[in-house]
Design a protein around this ligand. Structure first.
Ligand code: SAM
Length: 268
């Protein structure tokens, strides 16, 4: 890199820059960007993935929070007609401002660990715009995203993301692929929003409430954790065994509980 553009990685922005060419290539091959694609990269950093994405010919918008990276990115990519840079916080970014067609946006990011969960929830508010998402995340987070019922990884994150998306844990990446190396292992995950929700809830905010309440005390029975929301009889009526613990229920069962709550007359 040009001397005038030396950048020191900042911890507060979660900056761990990818430098392993083999890993970068493997990620780009998993994404398989095409010239007709509409792409959005969150946190391009010094452009480790950006270059390959632009080489595909895809239209690429990037959102980067660190102002000091703007001249570096503009120097490298500013002259490319398929590149647009937005300096700002991806958590506050209005994805509808991109004017992408429904089911078209392909989102990519080696995400800072502190924003990964809120960012996924922020993106899912506009899930109808998104075709797929490829993220580098902390390995534990990917394991929770991809988990199935019955184990300790199954919880609010798995359920609310799987409500909207198919989840694929693609591969793991060790700390040595980054500069500076993070203290944790990472993994690449692919999230593909369902075109038709497999278990649509009457009101998805009610589902969120039931799941949050259920997992607030994951060691207790559902009858106990949900008692402020549903009676023991209502839980049974929803076809759920109230003596189970929340981690034993699948997504469809949580949706039945949420629908039972949605139908419940509001107390005067
Ligand atoms: N994509 C680059 C790579 O793979 O080398 C950088 C990855 S680094 C883990 C995360 C990047 O996200 C940094 O460039 C950081 O400045 C940026 N970032 C951190 N918080 C952000 C936010 N809220 N919105 C947008 N970008 C953010």
């Amino acid at each position: 890199m040009n001397e005038q553009f030396q950048h020191k990685a900042r911890k507060r922005f979660g900056q761990n820059f990818l430098h392993d060419a083999g890993v970068i290539d493997k990620i780009l091959r998993s994404i398989r960007a095409k010239a007709e694609d509409r792409m959005l990269e969150i946190g391009p950093g010094q452009g480790a993935l950006t270059q390959g994405l632009l080489n595909s010919g895809a239209q690429l918008d990037v959102v980067e929070l660190d102002k000091d990276l703007v001249p570096i990115l503009m120097h490298q990519f500013g002259s490319k007609p398929n590149f647009s840079l937005h300096q700002g916080d991806a958590l506050k970014f209005d994805f509808t401002s991109l004017n992408a067609a429904p089911n078209s946006l392909r989102v990519v990011g080696n995400l800072p660990y502190n924003i990964s969960t809120p960012l996924i929830f922020h993106l899912l508010q506009n899930a109808y715009l998104i075709r797929d998402m490829h993220f580098m995340l902390q390995k534990e987070v990917v394991e929770r995203l991809a988990a199935g019922p019955g184990g300790g990884d199954w919880g609010r994150l798995s359920i609310m993301v799987q409500y909207h998306c198919r989840v694929e844990h693609l591969f793991n990446v060790g700390p040595g692929a980054f500069n500076p190396p993070p203290k944790v292992d990472s993994a690449i995950v692919r999230l593909v929003p369902h075109e038709t929700l497999p278990h649509p809830a009457k009101d998805h905010r009610v589902l969120e409430r039931v799941v949050r309440e259920a997992f607030n005390q994951r060691r207790k029975t559902l009858r106990n954790t949900l008692k402020a929301l549903l009676t023991s009889e209502e839980i049974t009526e929803a076809g759920v065994d109230g003596s189970l613990r929340p981690e034993q229920l699948d997504l469809a069962a949580f949706v039945r509980l949420a629908d039972m709550l949605s139908e419940k007359p509001v107390a005067a």
